[in-house]
Design a protein around this ligand. Structure first.
Ligand SMILES: [Zn+2]
Length: 562
């Protein structure tokens, strides 16, 4: 019954607007058709979200012709044009720069010279083996010399009464910082999210806070346990070409951002007459005071950097209230095509097709956009569709959009991010990261229930997945955010086998050239998910009260402050 109303309504609305446009409204009709519209049940044209067109989008976006969709490459630009074309075809208007679908994102590409050194009296720490570094600036040569201050976890969290920078001036100095967040003591089991990782524990936060405190350089201490991966991963990730947004004019920036191996950090601290283990033990307790290490460190960094641009693709469907919006995000970039290596065979596949990550999410978002555009009535607020670039380089497209939003961030009701959709068939659950953080969670839960489904929870809160995709820059700006994640509960006799397939894919194909379109993929579960998300966004857009983060959440106070 409800379905019939949803399906039937758009036609009625279209007919009404047709009659209105041509002045064919019966004389004496006191009710203009527009006034009838809101009373009837309405929503996105969910039935338009189908596996056929969804699969077609994913096949095309992950085609070899897209060359792995790296930002600022031919393939990346082709993908952006494809998305813009599909938005236009669906009836979504452009909402990028100057009346186009494109918001151009400046990207700094830099390579640090291996001649980098970090030294203290009596010791030189070697690049790659002991330390890796990059700069928060575009200067060709950065030279830093200053005192080193151990600042524990480097966290300033007034809502938790925690301040590792209390009473210490780090302006122009180096800070030496632990990663992760402090463990929750038995008498305060939810401190810093308990077992879950909070944003205070992420390395990006450490650099951001050090810059806000006026430090000139920051050195993060790598331990295998705190990072959950070995030093080789740091070496691989933070040497070679790096991508970043240009620093905002007037915003604080670190001259040098470094990672240091634990042994080297221990040595540095010892040369200042301290013991790293003792310092770390003191830093897990509230009231910890930062410790000046009585040692000066000097470093010289040389880099080659250049600028590129790559677009976010932005479309809008106007709502009844155009001043506010629900924003969807889905990244279209991936790793491109890698250079040939010695030992490659002539037919070695070097194209990172990124079919699951994230041609699939882009396809899903195109389907949602189309269903919205064909609703026949306007949503309560506008719908923004942002296909972001350079997610794989550090959420750069989303970060840029958050810094240069096409409408004010405090007018965005919610962000729904789609990064990877289910290709393995129907599930009873839908997993939305962030559901436990805001009033969006109970809404999503109720909607899942209506559809005979359940809202699943984040399986690994300690891994901090909430901080690792494009919804995160929105969360940081106080916008309640949800991001669809992998389901657990497949339906049917081969449920266990599908679960195994899912795990195998993560182990062997994630971020590999083998993440390729497979004609046997079954997007029927994803169709259920996209329909649910479309309906959820529609309802959010109709709320009388803005969604908000739960009290005590790390992002609850951002909007209150602004
Ligand atoms: Zn992704």
């Amino acid at each position: 019954m409800r379905k019939l109303c949803v399906a039937g309504f758009p036609l009625k609305a279209r007919l009404a607007s047709f009659l209105l446009a041509f002045g064919i409204v019966a004389a004496g009709c006191s009710q203009p058709p527009a006034a009838v519209a809101p009373a009837a049940p309405s929503g996105p044209a969910e039935q338009e979200i189908q596996t056929g067109p969804l699969t077609a989008h994913i096949r095309m976006l992950s085609h070899d012709l897209m060359e792995g969709r790296a930002p600022s490459t031919r393939g990346g630009n082709l993908a952006a044009e494809y998305l813009a074309t599909q938005l236009a075809a669906a009836g979504i208007e452009p909402a990028g720069d100057g009346g186009t679908y494109f918001q151009q994102v400046p990207i700094v590409e830099s390579v640090v010279d291996r001649s980098f050194t970090l030294s203290v009296p009596g010791a030189v720490y070697r690049y790659f083996d002991d330390v890796v570094a990059f700069s928060g600036t575009e200067q060709a040569r950065v030279h830093l010399q200053g005192d080193v201050v151990f600042v524990g976890h480097g966290i300033t969290a007034p809502e938790l009464k925690w301040n590792d920078y209390a009473g210490v001036d780090v302006k122009g100095k180096w800070v030496l910082v632990m990663v992760n967040d402090p463990p929750a003591p038995p008498d305060e089991p939810t401190l810093f999210g308990g077992n879950a990782l909070t944003y205070y524990g992420r390395w990006t936060y450490k650099y951001e806070e050090a810059a806000r405190q006026g430090a000139a350089g920051a050195i993060l201490i790598h331990t295998d346990e705190s990072a959950t991966y070995p030093w080789q991963v740091v070496q691989a990730s933070w040497t070679g070409t790096q991508y970043s947004l240009p620093p905002e004019a007037g915003a604080p920036a670190l001259g040098i951002k470094a990672w240091m191996r634990n042994d080297a950090a221990r040595d540095l601290v010892k040369r200042g007459g301290h013991d790293l283990d003792q310092l770390r033990a003191a830093a897990v307790k509230r009231g910890f005071k930062a410790v000046p290490l009585n040692i000066r460190a000097a470093a010289t960094l040389q880099q080659r950097s250049s600028r590129k641009t790559s677009p976010n693709v932005v479309g809008r469907l106007r709502g009844a209230n155009e001043q506010q919006a629900v924003v969807f995000t889905s990244h279209y970039d991936h790793f491109g095509t890698r250079d040939p290596r010695p030992g490659d065979k002539p037919d070695t596949d070097r194209i990172f097709n990124g079919a699951y990550d994230n041609a699939s999410g882009c396809g899903g978002l195109l389907m949602i956009a189309q269903a919205m555009a064909r609703a026949g009535v306007k949503p309560g607020r506008s719908m923004l569709f942002v296909f972001t670039t350079a997610e794989e380089s550090g959420l750069l497209g989303a970060e840029y959009f958050a810094q240069h939003p096409t409408m004010p961030m405090n007018q965005l009701l919610a962000n729904i991010n789609v990064d990877g959709i289910n290709y393995l068939g129907k599930t009873s659950d839908i997993v939305l990261l962030g559901a436990d953080r805001s009033t969006l969670g109970p809404m999503a839960e109720a909607m899942a229930k209506e559809r005979g489904r359940t809202l699943g929870a984040d399986q690994h809160p300690e891994r901090g997945y909430f901080f690792r995709s494009d919804h995160f820059p929105f969360a940081k700006a106080g916008v309640p955010a949800l991001s669809i994640s992998e389901p657990r509960d497949f339906i049917g006799p081969n449920a266990a086998e599908l679960k195994k397939k899912q795990e195998a894919y993560n182990a062997t194909d994630y971020h590999q050239p083998s993440d390729e379109f497979n004609p046997s993929w079954d997007f029927s579960g994803a169709v259920d998910d996209m329909r649910l998300l479309a309906q959820l966004a529609w309802r959010i857009a109709a709320l009388s009260e803005l969604p908000r983060y739960n009290d005590g959440d790390q992002f609850a106070n951002v909007r209150k402050r602004s």
